[in-house]
Design a protein around this ligand. Sequence first.
Ligand code: AHR
Length: 505
Amino acid sequence: MFSASFSLNPAFTIAPVSRRTFGSFVEHMGRCVYTGIYEPGHPTADSDGFRRDVLDLVRELGVSVVRYPGGNFVSGYRWEDGIGPVADRPVRRDLAWHSLETNEVGIDEFMRWADKAGVEVMYAVNLGTRGVQEALDVHEYLNHPDRTRLAELRRANGAEKPYGVKMFCLGNEMDGPWQTGHKTAREYGRLAVETARALRSAEPGLELVACGSSGSSMPTFAAWESEVLELTYDAVDYISAHAYYEPVDGDMASFLASAVDMDHFVHSVVSTADSVAARLKSRKRLNISFDEWNVWYLRDFEARRDTGSADWQVAPRVIEDCYTVADAVVVGGLLISLLRNSDRVTAACQAQLVNVIAPIRTEPGGPAWRQTIFHPFAITSRLARGEVLRVATRCPTYETARFGAVPALDAVATHDAGSGDVTVFVVNRHQSQPAALTVPVTGFGAGLRVAESWTLADDDLLAVNTEQAPDRVVVRPADDAEVSDGVLRATLPPVSWTAIRLSPA
Ligand code: AHR
């Protein structure tokens, strides 16, 4: 057992919790859409063909915004294929995932689904094979009220009112050589700024996201952001960031510290954006849209990809990673990092929502269930309210191959001045020792008591939830968490994620 503590003070705020931190991502990829959110004929399907069992889980997950329709898919997508009578819609090749897109689900269906799920839509336009005109066209279809050809087409297709989409992503991962229509930073920056200016002329209040790097290990990382932002700075509001984590060669110590890498990634992008602002003598500050993040066993996928297993099928099973207890603890840690960086990361999307590296899994004609990673996301989204508080932990460190010495404990807290609730989110990354946590909470005035507490931990770090055992891994109350004499005390098991909500007594 090791001792760990941190102080909390309501005055030490970072930023308000942005609801958009709890975003997700639906790409036309694998079984995310077909047999994921949409499966006419399924016993729970509603009159639009959407699975009600999945909709219930999406609401329980607490998702705020959903990025759509890709991902790599969007860089070859023609949005017009997905509108009008379904029988007239073409089947197309999707080069990104080597599969067939039937276009049964398009903009109008997805917007209906988003309405039922109670989520905002972040719409990505195709800047791979397409450009300014097509971005304007899809915007006109989505958001223009009436009288124009595409607004009237939307109304004829059943959507009387404009959808009012606010956030638009200007392409996807355009720095990646795998991207259809991959571009240099200069080529992309020019196209992105022209698209942004045109979209702003159509609707000034839009929030626009320029593509940052596909990952911090890209050879062009930071140089890409710098050159793209030199060209787009005044025209956009966000720069995107994407990061996927996995245990490499069984290195669990480094994997558990993935949030260290996410913090570093955010600080690097913020410094790069701010240095462009300095060069441009701009007082404007860009935020980060961390619009793809998760655990992804990418090396397994790359190793299998060469076999050509996904051979022009409709909705093949692609990257349906089955998540472990360790993965859930890492996801809890990544959410802590996103909250800690709330002053600059004001939107984030876990990639993806259903089946494809997702917190929700389904079987066609069968059940839907929660993966291990569902739990920290759902609880963090529900409990993180008010202001994010700065937390400096005092605890031992441990050695990692990737990041050197890292603190065994990682934490963040939120304070809701309205209700008086204080919630702490903590990860114990130590692989063999529990942590004895103490947190003085007298700074919040009236006495606080533990209102609820949840821990995710298991003796078997590789335990997973499956169709046969969907609740093998769940969260349990953190039994010994209590406040006495103005101090919160709790024991945190090795490799665990914990959330404790304190309320005024
Ligand atoms: O989320 C899976 C893929 O990862 C997305 O399509 C792409 O943007 C990223 O490389």
